[in-house]
Write a protein that binds this ligand. Structure first.
Ligand code: SAM
Length: 315
């Protein structure tokens, strides 16, 4: 084909929809296993550095993970103001914990991930992601199901971050994008606590699923506030939803920058006061879809994410 010069022999074909595939050319496979819960690969890609792939879904990669992890964590922490206790549900690579630890007010971060084999592989092969976060004395790692952990904690957390893999039907997070799960999260929060959930892509065909998840968050917390960042290796703008009492107001540029400074939050690559305004400034079609949606995901009728993909040779 004119102009095409493919450089890889192995490709990760991520099925974004029944009609779209995003193929990442792989230069090295660092780890590959079928764990108790999911298929896992840690690979080096030609363009985006090292990445974690679970059940064929690209979780994050060193080339652009900051465009996902920084807004995920710092928006919620800014809305709280001075979080001391942070609960990360999921979080495999350790980069979400890494970001929470930047806040000087943070005294305790617990990360609950179901898959010890994935976490151990990330510790070994993705030091660029965790940057020693698992060894910080404020960090506690729990290997277990987020749903089960939430049953044993109440009124304890300033910020809860749901950094779970997308809910494909065969995957371990399938029940965790539902009203029942959010109710458990709400019980776990202190008064004034802030919840954020990574809520998947928001390209036009996927907006309805986002809007339904926002409606689910709203049904439990009273209010939701969606925002989106573009980490290009996901192939679509990526969304997050904050849950809390109404109204959820985003502070101005100067106030955010002042707070980050007071909190000693340094080393950020994309997030600051101006970027926070940017990620919360959603386009009209997305705001309207969110405002008009009333469907609520429940365990009996959960969100089903498209997927289960393949890793293999190009054909
Ligand atoms: N950025 C990500 C994405 O794009 O989907 C999510 C990152 S993180 C790697 C997702 C983690 O959620 C994985 O390590 C997986 O083991 C964990 N996970 C899935 N289901 C879980 C559950 N029920 N309880 C706790 N952790 C879970």
């Amino acid at each position: 084909m004119a102009g095409a010069e493919l450089r890889a022999d192995v490709w990760i074909n991520e099925y974004l929809s029944p009609w779209d595939i995003y193929s990442h050319g792989v230069t090295r496979i660092l780890a590959a296993a079928r764990t108790q819960y999911q298929d896992m690969q840690i690979v080096e890609s030609g363009l985006y550095g090292k990445g974690l792939v679970l059940d064929g879904k690209w979780q994050s990669c060193t080339g652009d993970e900051f465009m996902y992890h920084e807004p995920l964590v710092h928006a919620a922490c800014v809305l709280h103001g001075a979080p001391e206790s942070v609960l990360v549900l999921g979080g495999g690579e350790g980069a979400t914990v890494r970001e929470a630890l930047r806040w000087s007010s943070v005294k305790r971060v617990v990360m609950v991930d179901i898959d010890g084999e994935v976490v151990e592989a990330c510790k070994k092969h993705l030091p660029e992601m965790h940057q020693g976060a698992f060894d910080d004395p404020r960090t506690e790692l729990v290997i277990g199901d987020a749903l089960g952990y939430l049953d044993d904690t109440a009124g304890e957390w300033d910020v809860v971050i749901s950094d779970l893999s997308d809910p494909i039907e065969e995957g371990p997070s399938f029940a965790l994008f539902t009203k029942e799960y959010f109710e458990k999260v709400k019980r776990a929060l202190k008064p004034g606590g802030v919840f954020v959930v990574q809520s998947g892509p928001v390209s036009p065909p996927e907006i309805e699923a986002h809007a339904r998840l926002a409606s689910t968050v709203r049904s439990v917390f009273g209010a939701s506030r969606s925002y989106a960042s573009y980490a290009p290796s996901y192939g679509a703008p990526w969304s997050f939803i904050i849950g809390g009492p109404d109204p959820i107001d985003v502070p101005g540029v100067a106030a955010v920058d002042r707070l980050l400074k007071e909190q000693g939050v340094t080393g950020l690559r994309m997030f600051d006061g101006e970027a926070m305004q940017g990620v919360f400034s959603l386009p009209k079609h997305l705001r309207e879809a969110i405002a008009n949606e009333t469907t609520v995901y429940t365990m009996a009728s959960p969100r089903k994410f498209f997927g289960k993909n393949e890793v293999g040779a190009a054909n």
